[in-house]
Design a protein around this ligand. Sequence first.
Ligand code: GLV
Ligand code: MN
Ligand code: MN
Length: 418
Amino acid sequence: MVVKELTINQERLQRHMDELSEIGKFGETGVCRLALSKEYKMGIELVKQWMEEAGLQTRVDHFGNLIGRLEGKNPNAPVLMIGSHIDSQPTGGRFDGPIGVLGGLEAVQTINEQNIIPDMPIEVISFCDEEGFRFNKGLFGSRGITGQLEEGELEKKDRDGVTRREALIEFGANPDELASSEYPRGSIDSYIEMHIEQGPVLEAADVPVGIVTGISGPLWLTVELTGAAGHAGTVPMKVRQDALVGAAKIISGLNQIVQQEEDAPTVGTIGNLTVEPNARAIIPEKVTFTIDLRDIDIDRRNRYEAQLRKYIEETAHENGLQFTITEDTTIIPESCSEEILQVMRTESKAMGLDVIPELTSGAFHDALPMAQVSNIAMIFVQSKDGISHDPREFSTSEDIAVGTELLYRTVVKMGTGV
Ligand code: GLV
Ligand code: MN
Ligand code: MN
């Protein structure tokens, strides 16, 4: 495969990636840039400065999103939006999110340098709190601008007891003015996001990029099991109400439930668990854990959710436990726009990419809420060993440049028709 000469500036893009990776850096390659943190603000300030150097009009909205706008021939036409996020997981890597923001900026900067004036405005957006680690609920900025926030979200606390409202104020936003940062219905035509694959498909196929046909929807639950504490040496096994034994059965049950259909992409994870009182010689009285269940097929996900809820109830009953299940997030899977996929297929061929795999995304992305109000499309860039949410996350500068060139060409085609 020979990729024709790049129009975008790979060296500048690499420099931007390297510089942003320094903010919130830990170890050699780790990044901790939690939403609305001091590091997040520094990252936003830096990208804002680059957007301004690229000739974009910038603003930071009340959700904590950064937006850089290139005016089009018709300023009132629905916007073509490109973006991703720069917040990270607590032990994240350098690529999850930033390649979509900085690649989007590179694509638009190139459009400007080529003196191309698009028909409609193009906006590069860096969404706030895609990851959802800090306040246990993600996709904040993209749900925010599309009017999908839920009651009480601003009062959710992080692990230090800081509410999202307080974090927004600390960041410099005004949480009482959120409505003014929403986009009216019909004002966004399309949203395109480039992201690392976070999976093994492109590496196995030995291709730099792929295009995404659909995105899995996550269901996030929090389960609380309450039993009875007691002396670990004296309470007989038969009369125990051990909350951790119940949790262990549910972990195992979830693993079985999601693997009923061979080759289905369904996944289920219990990634956070707390035990109280968490002492060697005391029977666990209370266990709280999260469930993350994802599927590209909403009917199957709903079926599995029902089985899981029944299994939790039965397990609690058998082990003498009380239980509660709280739904934190439920988002339905979405398909990408066939029209934009067609542009990407044509443009990738024109670039000399003779194979362009089409795949679904198991990770969620800001494109998911954006699909409620606009067409969506995504480009995936090969990830080394499929690793992400980890400092070992890696994609080559060359592959990111190829993805960015495809992004640039797609945006030019959609923005000018030629
Ligand atoms: C978002 O990063 C996810 O967990 O898919
Ligand atoms: Mn991401
Ligand atoms: Mn992520």
